[in-house]
Design a protein around this ligand. Sequence first.
Ligand code: ZN
Length: 301
Amino acid sequence: MLDDFFNSIKSRIDYDNKSKPVKGKKNRKMAIPPDLLFKCPRCQELTFMDEFEKNQKVCIECNYHSRLSSKERINMIIDEGTFIEYDEYLSSKNPLNFPDYDKKIEQAKLTSSENDAVKTGEGEIFSKLSVIIIMESNFMMGSMGSVVGEKISRAFENAIEKKLSVVLFSASGGARMQEGIISLMQMAKTSAAVSKHNDAGLLYISVMTDPTTGGVTASFASLGDIIIAEPKILIGFAGRRVIEGTIKQKLPDDFQTAEFMLEHGFVDMIVDRVNMKNTLYNILDLHDFSEDTDEGKLNNE
Ligand SMILES: [Zn+2]
């Protein structure tokens, strides 16, 4: 039975004809079927895709946290069947008539199966109802245009109305250049929505995932009451080369990593994906002052 299994794998691996595999040596020219094996971009180790997926898309060898789609993130964080999506059909126009922007949007819709670069809604985390915002890195690198800003602002407004906490997962290359100044305005708009939510005394947990950069770092992602990051991810505003060119200094190797940000007080905690749901629950529970829940009763005893 085991032989059959390995034979079926062999038949699906397409060896390069010029360099037949040599026994005992790694054949680097082997083409990897994308549906069968995962090659870690950090440590280069190969893992079976099903093992990698079972491990929540974290490399078993080096703890590399790969990017997730918003749907995958919901499946990991939100209790099954409790997610209700907001503004699912909002989609970007081309307000500045930027060349080929319409085509790019259509392409991004096909590759991501989403209508824009953020998914918003409400759902339960171990029965704690919260507003959830998840950026979609597969849609134009999670860039923030008018629709992303509008959906995030509306989600915060919903949270204020329903007196709910907000949990936001950011993953973004920054503002969307095709919408120019309209993109940049979303920084102010989303920050104002976060501020109103804060004034209402409600909790906002910001979770930074790979990458959190540009106008997203410079607005709502950095405004959480508690800021969590996944390990070793990229967090920054401008890119390393731009900064080095401006200040004429070499930056440290770990500059713009989650660990560097934690050391410098920009991030409150680094949490592995496997512990993320429990951590979010504990923080939500700690800030839940409603007395009609079982947890509230327990805390009062
Ligand atoms: Zn790895």
